[in-house]
Write a protein of this length. Structure first.
Length: 352
């Protein structure tokens, strides 16, 4: 069955991009989406018969001649709502300068005849846990780098920092914590639909993420099981292709549950003897580490110094799947820059 064809036509590229991104996040690989900003190209395209499922077009590019084509749903983006403007009863008029979310929801609901089938085919969301046997290995950099890399490869990604105290926000443009008391109340007593209940607070920079909490879980009265409930709820929504879970470097009942529910587990370490020892102790408390579920990454790798993993007396209980190179700007690098690191990109491909 051919994918629904969606065409967005407007000379203002800055206006089009957010709407295009919404379609990519919700329907990527389920629709064929085209963006046209050149009015001459647009006119040339429609000199030949076209079959389009959803056409979103500006007033500047619209003409009654489009009625000659096979277009299931036409949405005309107007600056003022004037019901008699086009004389075309098949056109659905939307006010251009309202919120992108409202415009997107209106388009999807009114064209459900062709888009709902694509939405029903969403694949199951994969949960990827990133952890380490000790603190300071750089698991947050790896987790956020993987998130950015997958997003650049057109995957819908949600990053969740499931630490008891959030400190990942230093890598983001918007470092503000969640402020809504209503949201915190829902986190304290989460329902099985908690993701749907609070999805309006999800932020997007390089990828989607649950914003940082304003304090430690204990001080907020939030039980750590909130994260498990939230992740399962987000997974059931199928809003994302991957949920990347940045987990504390501990082994307890909660972290064991997260590892158990994960489709992939990325274990981050370094090349020193102490790192090998700590990781050996860590994985000795986990079952099935020799399966394809586990990916072992050596972070901050430098070729010029001794690599304990290649030492004959390392007694390591696992094999390194990928090395992530050391970089001088560690701690100050952006998520976009992390996604360019060869080792992180290769790790992301191992997940896919």
């Amino acid at each position: 069955m051919p994918k629904p064809r969606v065409v967005i036509a407007d000379a203002d590229i800055n206006y089009i991009l957010p709407l295009q991104l919404k379609f990519v996040r919700e329907f990527f690989e389920k629709i064929e989406i085209e963006v046209i900003t050149d009015i001459n190209y647009f006119n040339h395209l429609f000199e030949t018969p076209q079959k389009i499922d959803v056409l979103i077009v500006s007033e500047e590019m619209y003409s009654l001649g489009l009625q000659k084509h096979s277009i299931s749903y036409t949405f005309l983006m107007v600056e003022e709502l004037d019901e008699g403007h086009t004389g075309d009863l098949n056109v659905k008029r939307l006010l251009k300068y309202t919120s992108v979310n409202d415009i997107f929801k209106s388009i999807v609901s009114q064209s459900a005849g062709v888009l709902s089938a694509a939405d029903d085919e969403k694949k199951d969301t994969q949960v990827v846990v990133v952890t380490s046997g000790y603190g300071g290995a750089g698991k947050t950099s790896i987790a956020m780098g993987i998130s950015a890399c997958l997003t650049k490869n057109y995957k819908r990604v949600l990053y969740v920092n499931a630490s008891k105290l959030n400190m990942f926000q230093y890598m983001l443009d918007n470092k503000a914590a969640i402020s809504s008391q209503e949201v915190y109340a829902k986190m304290i007593s989460p329902t099985q639909h908690i993701y749907t209940d609070i999805k309006h607070i999800i932020r997007y920079e390089q990828f989607g993420y649950l914003p940082p909490l304003k304090g430690a879980l204990l001080s907020l009265g939030i039980h750590e099981s909130f994260f498990e409930t939230f992740i399962r709820s987000a997974q059931e929504s199928k809003d994302f292709d991957y949920i990347i879970v940045d987990m504390d470097s501990t082994i307890d009942e909660f972290t064991t549950k997260l590892i158990g529910m994960a489709d992939k587990v990325v274990v981050v370490s370094e090349q020193s003897r102490s790192s090998v020892f700590a990781t050996n102790v860590f994985i000795s408390n986990i079952n099935g580490v020799n399966s394809d579920k586990y990916i072992f990454v050596c972070n901050k790798f430098r070729k010029e110094i001794n690599n304990a993993y290649t030492s004959p007396d390392s007694n390591r209980k696992f094999s390194i799947n990928e090395y992530v190179e050391f970089y001088d700007s560690y701690g100050n690098v952006s998520c976009a820059e992390l996604s360019e690191k060869t080792g992180i990109r290769k790790t992301a491909f191992l997940i896919v």
